[in-house]
Structure formats: C-alpha cells, structure tokens
Design a protein around this ligand. Structure first.
Ligand code: FAD
Ligand code: GLY
Length: 369
C-alpha cells in the first residue's frame, strides 16, 4: 500500500473554550491544524457568555492607543469572520450599524466634544445627530436626550457566536472537551485534572480570568485580577432600539428576539460572583430613564461574568516559550477583539508576519529579558 506522503498536520491544544480560545482554534483549523479545545466549564459559560456583545472600539477610547488600533482592525474583520464560518450575519445577530453616545447632561457634553475632536482628528467618521435626527433613528429614546454622537461600531450575540464556533469546530474535525479542567502545563504537554496527559506542537493558553493561575503553573508570571460585571436583560419588542447606546451610567444593547441587554457593573472582588440586587436595580433604572417605553419591562434574566484583566490593562497575545502561546487579558473588549486575536495567534504559531503590530501585546516579562 502506498504511504501517504502529505506532511502530518500540526496539533494545537487550546486551553479555554471561550470566544478567544474558540476563535483561535477555528482559525488554526482553517489553516490545516488539528485542534483540541479543553475547558473546565460546561459549554462556553464564562465571560464570553456573559458579555453584552458590543463591538465598540471608540466608545471607551479618547487616545490613539495600541488597544484602540487593535479594536479598529478587529471590527473590520467581523463580517468576513462570520462569512468564513459559512453563516449569514443574522445568524449571530451581527449588525455593524454604529453605536450611540447620548447627550443627557453637561458631563456628556464634555465627553462627547472630547470624543468628536479625538476621532475626527484621526479621520474616523462620526456623526452628530440633533434631537430631530436622533428620534428618526431611535424613536424610543427619552425626550431628555438632546442629541447623540453616532460612532462606528456594531454588535453581535456572543452566546450565539460561541455556539456557532463550537458547531463549526466539531463539524470540521476539531475536538471540544468541556468539563475538562487542565491541572498543569509542561513542555508541549498538558495534564488534565483526571491525570490524563495530552501532547501537542502548540499549547494556546486562552483561559480568560483563570490564565494567571494556569500561567503560574507553567512558571510564568502574568499578574491579573478578574473584574466582575453584573448584567440584566429586559423584556422588549424587537426594533425598540436599532443599535446599542452607551452612556456613562449604563449601556443598552438590543438582542434580536430577546429584548435588551443592560450593563454593567465593574467590581474587583477576585472570583466572587455574588449578586448585588441594588446594582441590578440601578442599571435597570438607568435603562428605563433612557428609554421610557421600558418603564414596565420586567427583568427576565440577570447574570454575572468575570472580565479577564491583567495588571497592565492590555491583552497579551504572545509566545511565552517554544510550544506555548498566550492570548488573554481582553478585559472589556474580548468579543470585539476575537477575530484579530485569532489571526494573531495563528501568525505566532506559524511564525508568519502578524496581522498587525503585536509588540504592545507581548508578555512584558519576556520582551524585557
Ligand atoms: P472566557 O470567556 O472567560 O473563557 C475562558 C475559558 O477558560 C472559560 O470557559 C473557562 O471555563 C476556561 N478555563 C478556566 N480555567 C480552566 C482550566 N484550568 N482548564 C480548562 N479551561 C479553563 N467584550 C466586548 O468586546 N464587548 C462587550 O460588550 C462586552 N461586554 C461584557 C460584559 C460583561 C458583563 C463582561 C463580564 C464582559 C464583557 N466583555 C465584552 C468582555 C468579554 O466578555 C471578555 O473579554 C471575553 O469574553 C474574554 O474571552 P475569553 O475567551 O478570554 O474568556
Ligand atoms: N465592554 C462592556 C463591558 O465590559 O461591560
């Protein structure tokens, strides 16, 4: 029998089945790698499941930072990322139709002016909507809102996105193992909590808020602490809002067929996930002030997620040592940054030119050594 002369494809183990691990696994799989995703939790139930899904590089940026540029690049990749998964944008509720920054008070006026000056000086198209234009675009917005800045951006349903990635991976031969905590990492090997040992050419550490602990097991210092976010969902008809609204006390994101997602708190309390009912009330009240039609809308779901934040505040997408790559610390923007992170992980694995400048996202410990 003739031997198969094709080179054996390379094997990657991805630790973490949130959006960063799943997207990286998918991109590697598309480039011919064999991939196994290991996750401690059932399904993708951590930060990626908790997220609002805003694709918003500009709303929280007032300076031309490396993170801002990374977000702009990633936003542009979203439509093609979905198409390469063989899906229509609607399958994951992807809309690249901008996001609003409303003018409610003097604080907003200052923030909006600063944002407009910053973005226009970098040729980012922003549009000021006077009150009459705003109510044409978003008829449900409160009369107390004097206008709004429309910024480039969009939104996606992150839960549908994770399911889509899981389905695509398994349909194309990827292996997904949930309920499978990794206990330790050694050279090109991982040991599972049940004692099983798996080997690979590359191990990708994409374990969200848990990455610092796992990196420490591999002898690498990646200090960071999760930032808890509480969110809720209000019942609302489709079309009540057409795009997300991000103001200083709350953000509202329409989710097709499911109402409006409202977020979010920012609390540093380690891995504590306890609820704060008063915080949920405050967020709901903020949403109802902004959209009076929500006055009687019930809270139909509330939940907590742990944002993966490293002490630098920046993600790290970097090789840690031969056979070990890390992609973590995406903090408030991991959904936005999934497509560019996946492309970056692949470029590091195959030692090709990165899709963008990754120097700001290298592991400081390694770049200074
Ligand atoms: P995760 O989704 O947390 O996945 C990490 C996975 O690693 C988990 O599934 C976990 O079980 C697994 N794991 C941990 N330890 C182990 C182990 N020992 N072995 C195996 N697996 C392990 N971002 C945006 O871009 N837009 C938003 O609108 C937005 N809104 C947000 C709202 C909230 C309330 C929160 C909490 C976050 C929000 N984010 C948003 C941020 C975004 O959710 C995160 O940055 C992103 O989901 C991080 O993805 P991840 O895959 O790194 O982490
Ligand atoms: N990006 C929104 C959040 O992290 O709450």
């Amino acid at each position: 029998m003739e031997r198969d002369k094709r080179p054996m494809s390379q094997q990657a183990i991805i630790i973490g089945g949130g959006i960063i691990g799943l997207s990286s696994a998918w991109t590697l799989l598309q480039h011919g790698w064999r991939v196994t995703v290991l996750d401690a939790a059932p399904e993708a139930r951590e930060a990626s499941w908790a997220a609002a899904g805003m694709l918003a590089p500009h709303h929280e940026a007032d300076e031309a930072t490396a993170l801002w540029r990374l977000g702009i690049d990633s936003l542009q990749r979203w439509p093609l990322f979905i198409e390469q998964l063989g899906q229509e944008h609607i399958a994951v509720d992807l809309h690249i139709n901008g996001g609003l920054m409303p003018l409610l008070d003097d604080n907003d006026a200052t923030a909006i002016e600063r944002k407009r000056t910053f973005l226009t000086s970098h040729n980012i198209p922003v549009r000021w909507l006077e009150r009459h234009e705003l109510i044409t675009a978003e008829p449900a917005i409160a009369a107390t809102c004097h206008g709004a800045l429309l910024l480039p951006g969009g939104q996606v349903n992150p839960r549908l996105m994770c399911t889509l990635l899981q389905n695509a991976l398994t349909a194309h031969g990827g292996i997904l193992r949930y309920h499978t905590p990794v206990a330790s990492i050694t050279e090109r090997r991982v040991q599972l909590a049940n004692g099983e040992i798996l080997a690979a050419d590359e191990i990708i550490l994409a374990s969200g808020a848990w990455t610092p602990q796992l990196a420490a097991l591999a002898g690498i210092d990646l200090p960071g602490e999760p930032v808890k976010g509480q969110m809720l969902r209000l019942r609302a008809p489709d079309g009540l809002l057409n795009r997300f609204i991000h103001c200083h006390h709350a953000y509202l994101v329409p989710r097709r067929g499911l109402g409006l997602v409202v977020g979010a708190t920012m609390v540093m309390a380690g891995f504590d996930r306890s609820d704060d009912p008063a915080a949920i009330e405050r967020l709901a009240a903020g949403a109802r002030r902004l959209v009076p039609a929500l006055a009687d809308a019930p809270v139909v779901e509330q939940w907590t997620g742990l944002r993966p934040r490293l002490n630098s505040g920046l993600p790290i997408i970097s090789r840690l040592r031969p056979g070990l790559i890390v992609a973590t610390g995406h903090f408030r923007n991991g959904i936005l940054l999934a497509p560019i992170t996946a492309a970056a992980v692949h470029s590091i694995a195959v030692q090709q030119l990165p899709p963008c400048d990754l120097a700001p996202f290298a592991c400081p410990q390694l770049s200074s050594s």
